[in-house]
Design a protein around this ligand. Structure first.
Ligand code: A2P
Length: 279
């Protein structure tokens, strides 16, 4: 499988390159060139990652056709609301040196613990994304880090159901209730930090399963996401790891091993909880 297909028929390459915390110009340009060389066609960024302009520069200098890439970015928390989101989007396009995005996401929901008017704020931001979609400036729209109560409120007022929800997802933090809700509403779940930011590498069950298939724990995590119908966004800046994380064709995790991973009793989330974040 090379692509997932979103609810509006848009194809999205089934592994994306995570770029969080890669904000040094040379590192970003080198990573993007290397990733494209080894077959990545899907790049996930965000305004707050402060690397959009370097990604734009890298893509431009490589000379790859824009249509051959799938580029996602996200509107940051300080830019919520209709007018600010519209302005943030234009800045993102400018930074990325492109005239459209493949996917634009609301980075984090405004939450009831922080804002009395949280539902309204999310609705206004969402209406901006809907208009960008109608204006054909983005091929797909979605959200990130939305839990069920955020999604329920949004669906009350949305004219377009979010096509994607990007959440933290790895064997140590599976958020099954959110995943089930998204699948029931035909929203593709994308996994940020599918390797648990490296924390998965020391989990004995994962080490054992990786040995059994003669692959790395990182490859097990990526494949496990895909076999659960979730799109992984592993992040690396190292050429050999970029290759490794995308080289997952040669094995299939057997149902028994999937069950082991799907029932691991771990609580190793990053701690970035949508209703608690203070940024
Ligand atoms: P680096 O960028 O130096 O390769 P996640 O995608 O879950 O957020 O994890 C990203 C972290 O895991 C980064 O610190 C990255 O470091 C590291 N990483 C990515 N791929 C691999 C790999 N195949 N083996 C070991 N570490 C990896």
């Amino acid at each position: 499988m090379d692509n997932f297909i979103l609810q509006n028929g848009v194809k999205i390459p089934c592994i994306g390159l995570g770029t969080w915390e890669n904000r040094d110009e040379k590192s970003v340009v080198d990573t993007i060139s290397e990733a494209i060389n080894c077959g990545y066609r899907h790049i996930d960024t965000a305004a707050v990652y402060a690397n959009e302009q370097y990604i734009g520069k890298a893509i431009n200098s490589i000379g790859i056709n824009r249509q051959d890439l799938f580029i996602t970015s996200k509107v940051w928390n300080t830019e919520r609301g209709y007018a600010k989101t519209m302005r943030a989007f234009e800045k993102t396009l400018n930074n990325l040196q492109t005239d459209y995005l493949d996917l634009y996401l609301v980075h984090w929901p405004a939450s009831p613990s922080k804002y009395d008017n949280w539902a309204e704020l999310n609705a206004e931001t969402w209406h901006a994304l809907e208009d960008l979609y109608k204006m054909q400036k983005v091929r797909a729209i979605g959200v990130s880090n939305f839990w069920i109560h955020h999604l329920e409120q949004l669906l009350n007022v949305a004219n377009i159901v979010p096509m994607v929800n990007q959440i933290e997802y790895h064997p140590g933090y599976r958020q099954s209730y959110v995943v089930d809700y998204c699948k029931a509403h035909n929203m593709l779940v994308e996994a940020w930090s599918p390797l648990g930011r490296g924390k998965m590498f020391s989990i004995p069950e994962l080490i054992q399963i990786a040995k059994k298939y003669n692959v790395s724990v990182a490859q097990v995590c990526v494949k496990w996401c895909l076999q659960n119908g979730i799109l992984p966004l592993p992040k690396s800046t190292k050429p050999e790891r970029l290759k490794e994380n995308a080289d997952i064709e040669g094995f299939t995790i057997a149902p028994d091993d999937m069950r082991i991973i799907n029932s691991l009793q771990l609580e190793s989330s990053s701690g970035q909880i949508p209703d608690e974040i203070d940024f």
